[in-house]
Design a protein around this ligand. Structure first.
Ligand SMILES: Nc1ncnc2c1ncn2[C@@H]1O[C@H](COP(=O)(O)OP(=O)(O)OP(=O)(O)O)[C@@H](O)[C@H]1O
Ligand SMILES: Nc1ccn([C@@H]2O[C@H](COP(=O)(O)O)[C@@H](O)[C@H]2O)c(=O)n1
Length: 234
């Protein structure tokens, strides 16, 4: 007797998700959680610019000197691990996850990331990683939807008021001054939005989500729903 062959289980369509927005809007927390929940890879592009900055500072490069930064931009070997449950970043084989979060790196990163030679190198790296992510990937940063992955399946631009963002950051940095934190993130956003090459910007076809009044869990649920809708339509 003939039996019908069991239908092979189909794996969900690979989907490329770009999440951009200013600092402290919840890009990393949201992207990691969404990627983990949906079995996607995850890339924190800010960590790559921080890694480049840390290398420059560690090697005596004046990060305010664009010509010096440009000349050195090809030197560091930056490797990003894309498991959302345990993202990693190494520079020349050394674990950089801790050092890239220092105040010195945060203060210097906008100057380094504005240098075109730095952006060209890191953008190339990001595109290679996204192309290798078989099951799909969530990539978060400032210019993913506009420049790095303009053909992403889904683009999201997260926003939140400066007050909400400063309060979130102050919660992380125990004992920090709220007004100074707010001023520092406004300054960094202005530098990132004002640079000539690939500034922080919302892509025309991005879906904007204002997270000011939302809990992190609500933002995650909102993005998961958007990704699932895109996957179902593929
Ligand atoms: N909707 C939210 N409500 C409350 N807290 C949040 C929300 N989203 C994120 N947070 C918290 O705000 C802090 C900053 O979030 P996160 O690092 O994800 O932001 P980001 O946009 O990636 O920032 P940056 O660009 O500076 O790296 C974290 O402590 C996170 O837990
Ligand atoms: N696509 C991106 C991502 C980040 N940057 C620069 O890196 C800085 C640090 O980013 P965090 O997300 O870790 O805060 C950010 O301020 C930008 O200068 C970028 O240019 N493009």
């Amino acid at each position: 007797m003939e039996t019908a062959a069991a239908a092979a289980p189909t794996s969900p369509a690979a989907v490329i998700v770009a999440i951009d927005g200013p600092s402290g809007t919840g890009k990393s927390s949201t992207s990691r959680a969404v990627a983990a929940q949906l079995g996607l890879s995850y890339l924190d592009t800010g960590a790559q610019y921080r890694a480049m900055t840390w290398w420059m500072l560690s090697n005596g490069i004046d990060v305010r000197d664009a010509a010096e930064v440009a000349t050195a931009a090809a030197k560091p070997v930056i490797v990003s691990g894309t498991d959302p449950t345990a993202p990693t970043i190494t520079v020349d084989g050394e674990d950089a996850a801790g050092p890239i979060r220092t105040q010195e790196v945060t203060s210097g990163v906008s100057a380094v990331s504005a240098v075109p030679e730095v952006r060209t190198r890191i953008t190339e790296l990001q595109r290679t990683i996204a192309a290798q992510a078989q099951g799909g990937i969530v990539v978060e940063g400032r210019d993913i939807g506009t420049t790095v992955l303009p053909d992403a399946d889904l683009k999201i631009f997260l926003t939140a008021s400066p007050e909400a963002r400063a309060a979130r950051r102050s919660g992380e940095l125990k004992g920090s001054d709220l007004a100074a934190t707010k001023e520092a993130l406004i300054r960094r956003d202005a530098a990132d939005s004002g640079r000539k090459t690939s500034p922080l910007a919302k892509a025309d076809d991005a879906c904007e989500v204002d997270t000011t009044e939302l809990t992190l869990q609500q933002v995650i649920e909102c993005v998961v729903t958007l990704v699932e809708e895109k996957r179902a339509a593929k």
